[in-house]
Design a protein around this ligand. Sequence first.
Ligand code: TXA
Ligand code: MG
Length: 350
Amino acid sequence: MIPGEPIFSKSTRVLHINQNNTLEVCRFAGEVIRRGELVAFPTETVYGLGADALNQQAVRNIFSAKERPADNPLIVHVSNTDEVKRVAKNTPKIAQVLMDAFWPGPLTLVLPRKNIVPDVTTGGLDTVAVRMPDHLAALELIREAGVPVAAPSANTSGKPSPTTAQHVMDDLGGRIDMIIDGGRVVIGVESTVIDVTGNIPVLLRPGGVGIEELQEIIGRIRVSTPEDVSIPRSPGVKYTHYSPEATVVLVTGDGVAGAIRKLAEEYEGKVGLLLCRETAETVGDMGEKIILGSRNDVESIARNLFYSLRLLDKQHVELIIADGSFSVEGVGLAAMNRLKKASSKLIHTG
Ligand code: TXA
Ligand code: MG
C-alpha cells in the first residue's frame, strides 16, 4: 500500500428500479445520502455520483472516489425550483426565465452562492452551479434525501461519462455505497452549463439544451472559449476529459470517408470506427465499426457517443477513428465538443 493513498473496500450495492419500486428504492437511497454516503443515480443526461451537497466530508468522498481535482466544482441538484433559494444568494431574472423554460431538464445555471454551501462543493468559488434533472428516480432521490445533492458525472475523472449503471460499476465499484440502476440514459451527454451572474449570460459548456434553444428564449449569449480570457470559464475545462483507453483521432471535413479508410488501413493495431451512417456506407468493411446515427440525427449521435467509446474499450481497440461529419446543431454541438476533447489528434480533410 502507498502511504496516504485512500483504501477503497466498500461493497457497492446495485438496486434496479422499475415502474413498481422506484419510490421505495429512492426513499431508501435518500436515507443513504442523508447519512453522508455516496449514491450513483441515473439522470436524463448521464449517471451522477450523488452526496449531500452541504456535508463537507461526504463531498470530499466524491472527489476521492472519482480522483477528481479539488478545484473542479460540482453541480448541486434540486428537485424543485424553490430549493434553489437554499443554495443561491439570489436568482437573477434571466435565471428564472431559463428555469421556467427548461427545468426539469439538461440545463445547469451558475448562480451567486450562499455560504451554507461548503467550499469543497464549489471548489472555493463564490458561485454555485444548480440543476433540476428531468428523471423520476433522480427527482425522487433528491426529494427523499431532503438536501440538495451534489453530483458530478459518475465516472473516474478523465474517462467518458457513464450512460449505464454498469459503466459506473466499472469505474467506481468498491469505492461508493450504492448504484441505482435505471437502465441506459436518454440524452447521453451532460447538461448545458450557463453562467447567469453577469450582464450577458455565458455558455460555459454545451450540452443537452442546444444554444439555439437558449438564444430563442434569452437572446444574446457569449460563448466561453480558451482563446478569449475576458470571458468566464469553468474550472473543469482545463482538465483532460472523456478519454477512453484507446487513442482517439477525429476526422472532419468533406473527405471523411476516404481519410478514415486510409487511416484504418495503415494502422497495424486493432482499430475501432465511430461513424455516421452516411460515412459507413462508403467506408466499407474494416475494423470494429459502430454507427452512431445519421449525420443530422444529432440526438442519436449524442446518445451513442460515450456509450460507444466505452464499448470499443471493452473490445480492446487501440485506435478509435471518429467521424466528425455530423451536424453541430442542437445537442450535436455538445457531441462534437466531447469528441474533440476525447481526441489526441484532429484531421481536417478538404
Ligand atoms: O448532466 C450533468 O450535468 C451531469 C449530471 C450528473 O447532472 N453532471 C455533470 O457534472 O456533468 P460534472 O461535475 O461532470 O460537470 C460539471 C461541470 C464542470 O465542468 C464544472 O467545472 C462546472 O460544471 N461547474 C460546476 N460548478 C461551477 C461553477 N460554480 N462555476 C463554473 N463552472 C462550474
Ligand atoms: Mg464529468
